[in-house]
Design a protein around this ligand. Structure first.
Ligand code: CO
Length: 484
């Protein structure tokens, strides 16, 4: 009977046992529902008005940080949602005064695909912090640390918490030693934490255990792990990473979790607490947050924005090393060209293109470049017949140094007799801010507007026109606009 009772009460049984093996160590959570989950599952189509009401509740959850800005948020706000991203940020601060607001930054590319001059990188970081960003994971697609230096130094100077972020990938040149050495270099740059970013969700539990262990023994800083559920390994990967000493994990409120998104916040909170870890999270608040997002998720499934397939496990990524966002881009690219029958072929071509280009991690903008090139190679019927201008720029060295040398044949096809740039590409770029500000006189309302335009000129121009039309309409009918 005693034995039976023990089985019937596994919680009590295991909790007592586990507490003797673990000291209460804290594992903290970054909630991604507003940024990465939103971006990975519904192409960032969540307008501010849909989630505004839950922000005061989220503010009480006890997250380490709320990832809510950067990545594709900025572009999509202007391009599709008719929203000023800066206003969204200020609104989020007002609604979540106690939370650390986090934005993802792509080093010298900021939020776009091209390199920006040092001047713009500095100004953008300064303005982001001024408008309430607290935590900034800064990464470079190629892990070329020269590309994160300006943003990192500026953010530290402005008082932000910088997370030096390594783009995780598997390749013959991405060894434990190489990653640990880069983590050490980041520590020397003065970052507050080091983050390992597995955007493709391909990191296995064993790899996480070894990599986090290797980094932990090299540096003294807290370590963050970011992954995606794509291949179904994320929960196990986090658990092994935690065993190896990871301090912060990125998760999403459960109804926007899974598949190409992050693992579920509530699940990991529940499991880790039972294992004796302190998470700092409030279970009741987490439930309230998830209950809020459930009908929103359902409406996106109903209108087709969210394909339920995106939330399922797809082990193809283990072979193709294709991140979630990239998979959905490939699908829409092929659908648009009526070539879905070539999907498998493109997936097989993708790692070949990647090897040719010196094993860049498949993260924006590299993931798009490799994806488009692989698609071109398949659809045109001849490899590298059409080389995009982005891949040419990459071969020229405009994105930094490739992890391994680029295939010389591809280099020749891309550049002909042209020589790649020497040194840091950003050093060749002229300041543009003052000139652009002058051009936008009477249109831009502040420096933030000018920065939006510099980052995404066409999209922002369209946004300015729409904003003006809206304002004129408001004046005409003397209707007071509702504050966003
Ligand atoms: Co991600």
């Amino acid at each position: 009977m005693q034995f039976f009772n023990a089985i019937m009460q596994p919680n009590i049984f295991w909790r007592a046992k586990m507490n003797t093996t673990h000291t209460t160590r804290k594992v903290q959570f970054t909630e991604t529902v507003l940024r990465d989950a939103n971006q990975s599952l519904i192409a960032t189509r969540l307008p501010y008005s849909k989630f505004a009401d839950i922000l005061p509740t989220m503010d009480k959850a006890g997250y380490y940080s709320v990832e809510c800005w950067g990545g594709a948020v900025f572009d999509v706000c202007l391009r599709f949602l008719d929203e000023d991203p800066w206003q969204r940020l200020r609104n989020m601060r007002k609604a979540m005064p106690n939370s650390k607001l986090q934005m993802l930054l792509r080093g010298h590319n900021l939020l776009g695909y091209n390199h920006d001059p040092d001047e713009i990188v500095k100004m953008f970081v300064e303005k982001s912090v001024e408008n309430s960003i607290d935590v900034i994971p800064i990464f470079d697609a190629l892990n070329d640390l020269r590309n994160i230096e300006t943003a990192t130094k500026t953010a530290i100077k402005c008082g932000a918490t910088v997370s030096g972020t390594l783009s995780f990938t598997q390749s013959p040149v991405h060894t434990l030693e190489a990653f640990a050495k880069q983590a050490k270099e980041m520590e020397n740059m003065g970052v507050a934490t080091v983050c390992v970013k597995d955007m493709a969700g391909v990191m296995t539990p064993q790899e996480a255990y070894e990599l986090i262990g290797a980094i932990k023994s090299e540096i003294k800083l807290p370590v963050v792990l970011h992954t995606h559920c794509t291949t179904g390994m994320a929960f196990m990967t986090y658990l092994k990473a935690i065993e190896a000493g990871v301090d912060v994990i990125d998760t999403s409120s459960s109804c926007f979790s899974g598949g190409t998104s992050q693992p579920a916040t509530e699940t990991l909170n529940y499991a880790l607490k039972q294992l004796g870890y302190e998470t700092g999270l409030d279970d009741a608040v987490l439930k309230e947050v998830n209950d809020f997002f459930k009908p929103i998720r359902d409406s996106y499934i109903a209108d087709g924005t969210l394909n339920p397939k995106m939330m399922a496990t797809d082990t193809d990524a283990l072979n193709y090393k294709v991140p979630g966002g990239m998979l959905s881009n490939l699908v829409s690219q092929l659908k648009a060209q009526n070539a879905m029958d070539k999907f498998e072929e493109v997936l097989i071509e993708t790692p070949k293109v990647r090897a040719d280009l010196g094993y860049p991690p498949l993260v924006t903008p590299m993931s798009q470049m490799v994806g488009v090139q692989a698609t071109n190679n398949v659809l045109s019927g001849e490899r590298y017949k059409n080389i995009s201008k982005e891949v040419k720029a990459y071969c020229r060295g405009e994105y930094g140094t490739s992890p391994a040398p680029i295939n010389p044949e591809v280099m020749k096809m891309a550049l002909g007799d042209e020589k790649p740039v020497e040194g840091r590409y950003a050093d060749t770029l002229e300041p543009v801010f003052e000139k652009t500000k002058k051009e936008l006189e009477g249109i831009a309302k502040n420096d933030e507007d000018v920065l939006s335009y510099i980052l995404f000129p066409q999209v922002t121009e369209k946004y300015f026109a729409a904003r003006k039309a809206k304002e004129e309409k408001v004046v005409k009918y003397t209707i007071t606009p509702v504050e966003e």
